[in-house]
Write a protein that binds this ligand. Structure first.
Ligand code: DX5
Ligand code: ZN
Length: 219
């Protein structure tokens, strides 16, 4: 089985000290950088875009796990690949031709991910799961950091794990939103592989220590 992973979301970091925040993650026990890209259309918020990703890529020494909360993501697949993004995740709800989108992401040499919002059933992935490297199960409504964890996520993780086992795929389950020391272990026990954490890490007094403790918690 894969080792459980932590992906700090830079959305909660101090953008005025971005290089320092990136170096902190580089030095920590974290596994990936989680980058939240919001377009103000798919979600009611705008985060950051290509020039900022380029700046992050310059210093980041761990995989860039990029979560696109944008409409029509197909337009930018090549751009993200050229920026050095390693995993590109699109939203199920934003892709009318999801199968084609996944193939296009892989053709650019990136891992292909699909994110589902709290109202999207994992059953809808039945016919694409064999093409998906990562499923991001949203445990909050996408658009903002710092929201509280939706309890129904546990059932969704269990259902998704069942689907992955039944179809015998290597798909990773990533949980995004409201992750903290209270729910981390339970999520991993049910079948999650990767936990995204924003506020819980960056708003803590000692982020390096918080990451270390989270990793110990889920080891
Ligand atoms: C929400 C984003 C999350 C968010 C997580 O739309 O996809 O990645 O940054 O932040 P926390 O951990 O604060 O809920
Ligand atoms: Zn995210």
């Amino acid at each position: 089985m894969n080792k459980s992973m932590i992906a700090p979301s830079l959305l909660a970091s101090d953008f005025a000290n971005l290089q320092k925040e990136i170096e902190m993650v580089n030095q920590s026990d974290a596994d990936w950088f989680h980058l939240d890209i919001m377009d103000g259309v798919f979600v009611p918020n705008i985060s950051f875009g290509m020039p900022v990703i380029q700046a992050i890529a310059k210093y980041a020494k761990k995989p860039l796990d990029t979560h696109l909360m944008i409409v029509d993501p197909d337009r930018y697949i090549k751009t993200f690949a050229d920026l050095g993004v390693n995993h590109l995740t699109v939203h199920y709800e934003a892709c009318p031709h999801l199968h084609r989108t996944l193939q296009a992401i892989k053709a650019e040499g990136m891992k292909a991910g699909v994110a589902i919002t709290p109202h999207t059933s994992v059953r809808l992935l039945e016919d694409t799961i064999q093409d998906i490297d990562i499923v991001i199960v949203m445990s909050v409504n996408p658009g903002f950091g710092g929201q509280s964890f939706i309890e129904n996520t546990y059932q969704k993780v269990a259902d998704l794990k069942e689907l992955i086992n039944r179809k015998n795929t290597n798909t990773l389950i990533e949980i995004d939103g409201g992750v903290n020391a209270e729910n981390a272990k339970k999520l991993i026990d049910i079948g999650a592989d990767v936990l995204v954490a924003g506020s819980f890490i960056f708003k803590s007094a000692n982020p390096i220590e918080t990451i270390k403790k989270l990793k110990e918690e889920i080891a």
